[in-house]
Design a binder for this molecule. Structure first.
Ligand code: KIV
Ligand code: NA
Length: 265
């Protein structure tokens, strides 16, 4: 199979083919998603929430991100694998940002990194790209800044924040980012940003005109109990199906119907 590269993403934007991205954190799921033809697997710091059960993305460490990333990389034959730099591993220090990105590339075998923020982190972005490491930007609702925002609601509804997002997106493109994720912003702004950039935008809750879409895989599979934001399309109800399966197992063990004559040596 032909591998997806950052160059392929650019080509997809040019030929107007939408980019399909999902998060992945482990080998089994990444195998399925790669076999399904998902173009980009994002080892998101949402692992902090969906894998580790933290309330925010802030606690996850660089070592933990590398563990998830290397599991995903071992599964993948086609998809491009991008890994989030976790909170505290890049902000405010471009040397540290570069070291963190290098650790991810060397220790996991991933193909690129993603950082949250605009002009504030552009020096770090440039430094990482100078080292030959592809960088994806992330603007709009950036969950590592949740304590600054105070809520997970839609960003950039006001003119000032929308203007800042547009100039941040331009700055990230000029710094050499290969794509930019835009999260939870009005669809009209998602369209405007996507049309104004040469690099692809990947939206999550940013409308249909982004060059690609991304969802947290646990959310789109209905594994995350009680999480139903408007932007989320649930393709399965795995919470219910897995719960049903586990209940069936418990009942079979209790009733002695498992294992049966054929399920033993
Ligand atoms: O960590 C994550 O899952 C993400 C996506 C939602 C873009 O950053
Ligand atoms: Na993330």
């Amino acid at each position: 199979v032909k591998r997806v590269t950052t160059f392929s993403l650019q080509e997809m934007k040019l030929r107007n083919e939408k980019i399909a991205m999902l998060t992945a954190y482990d080998y089994s799921m990444a195998t399925i998603l790669d076999d399904a033809g998902v173009d980009v697997l994002l080892v998101g710091d949402s692992a902090s929430n969906v894998m580790a059960g933290h309330e925010t993305t802030l606690p996850i460490t660089l070592d933990q991100m590398i563990y998830h990333a290397s599991s995903v990389v071992r599964a993948v034959k086609r998809a491009l694998v991008i890994v989030d730099l976790p909170f505290g591993s890049y902000q405010g220090n471009s040397k540290e940002a570069l070291n963190s990105a290098i650790r991810i590339m060397k220790e996991s075998g991933a193909h690129g990194v993603k950082l949250e923020g605009g002009v504030e982190i552009v020096e770090s972005v440039q430094r990482i790209i100078t080292a030959g490491i592809p960088v994806v930007g992330h603007l709009g609702l950036t969950p590592q800044s949740i304590y600054k925002f105070g809520t997970y609601t839609v960003r950039a509804k006001e003119q000032a924040e929308a203007e800042k997002l547009k100039s941040d997106a331009k700055a990230l493109e000029e710094a050499g980012c290969c794509a930019v994720v835009i999260e939870k912003i009005p669809a009209a702004l998602g369209k405007e940003v996507s049309e104004s950039l040469n690099i692809p935008t990947i939206g999550i809750g940013a409308g249909p005109d982004c060059d690609g879409q991304v969802l947290v895989v646990n959310d789109m599979l209905g594994l995350t109990k009680g999480f139903t934001p408007r932007f989320l399309r649930q393709y399965l109800n795995l919470y219910g199906q897995i719960k049903g399966a586990a209940e069936g197992y418990v009942s079979d063990v209790k009733s002695r119907s498992f294992p049966n004559e054929k399920e033993q040596y």
